[in-house]
Design a protein around this ligand. Sequence first.
Ligand code: ADP
Ligand code: MN
Length: 512
Amino acid sequence: MDPVGVADAGPGPAWQSKCPWGAPNTTSISCSLADVMSEQLAKELQLEEENAAFPEVVAVAEGPFITGENIDTSSDLMLAQMLQMEFDREYDAQLRREEKKINGDSKVSISFENYRKVHPYDSDSSEDEVDWQDTRHDPYRADKPTTTPRKGFIGKGKDITTKHDEVVCGRKNTARMENFAPEFQVGDGIGMDLKLSNQVFNALKQHAYSEERRSARLHEKKEHSTAEKAVDPKTRLLLYKMVNAGMLETITGCISTGKESVVFHAYGGKSATEDKVIPPECAIKVFKTTLNEFKNRDKYIKDDYRFKDRFSKLNPRKIIRMWAEKEMHNLTRMQNAGIPCPQVVILKKHVLVMSFIGQDQIPAPKLKDVTLSSEDMKKAYYQILDMMQQLYKECNLVHADLSEYNMLWHDGKVWLIDVSQSVEPTHPHGLEFLFRDCRNVSQFFQKGGVTEALNERELFNAVSGLNITADNEVDFQAEIEALEKMNEDHVQNHGKKLSMFSSDGDPPIYDE
Ligand code: ADP
Ligand code: MN
């Protein structure tokens, strides 16, 4: 065994005769299970790594150093270095002992790390990441920008496959298998004194990782599916209170589960106040507090230094309530303008109760799911044109997610829903959103055979009252963006919007 781990710089026969101390008495150190588990071995392995971290010293000395069979004392420099190294190590070992003594079992511990002589190494760190030495491609890097701390058996595992003795390394690899996920069965490799080659070890490690990730995915899926059906306890309590207060008669079931919300149907109850009438059927839109999307994203964002500040300022619960509140305000504006849309009943935190569009628990079909006669189709088109203009001019709003998915066909007319993301036209991207809405609408009706349907650019001008003349999509889009920019600058410089945007509508609710 070569405890130094620099066997590849092996000694030539010439120096051996020069060695004043002759050959050491132990040529190899046996390695049993007890050894593998022992602190002594762990220390030795740490020493190896320390040495590995000092290639330049090795280079200067032109050969291996430290005790063992490879002793070159031909140079004073090297001797000095060896002594220094030995001293530093002892010093560090002493530091470690003191550190341990001071910290004991205390949860808060102090570290003498900075006082160590032999750097860089990290004996207490649980990070034990193996470099993917056999492959340049690290399949997990994209998902794991930082290394995951794992409970390490011994020190830091850099360079394990390159510089070390095959046997030690093999045993080390076997021992390291213990670091794989707890569910991953590794057997008693240590007890059998199994020596894994680096290649096999890396392959196993990679396999263990993918297993871990696979089971995590499965678990998440399971959690997701239950989360979609039910709501979290806090939301359940909110709903229960509404029923208990008599505001809702019964909650019958779920009509829709989306990425950001779950919608339930309920029969309305009695209002506590006389001036407010609760509709016979209600839709309850629960904005998801456990946004899986969001949670998934957070783990990638929060460690990214670019987002660190911003991320820490965001409070997911607040953001979600804000969406619910926005939907309420927007629906109220639309209601006041006489646009067919759900009527707000009540908002409680992230739960919005509104009138149900549909009958006897059956929600009105979305425009995309209903087959209309060509007459109704034409009627629907003109109604939407009208609604878009009203929305823009009277409500000072752009729907921003307008499509056949968010329009319901009920009672022989179109109803607009899903307005939590709606913005005012002066939103920095408001006009772009409007253009997208126009594209969806005109494409749907043109495909649906409404020959009178304006194209998206004509529709945009008809709704906004702007007069953008570009006759192709790219130029049109560019003009829209230029207008947005102009307005932004104007707001910056004069503290108010351009006159073309001035409206008598409500003051802005949220300025994103
Ligand atoms: P999201 O698309 O963000 O999940 P929506 O507001 O579009 O949320 O609601 C999802 C679905 O729930 C709608 O497509 C519609 O089928 C149904 N729904 C929502 N609100 C109502 C309502 N007031 N009446 C009847 N059905 C509704
Ligand atoms: Mn929707």
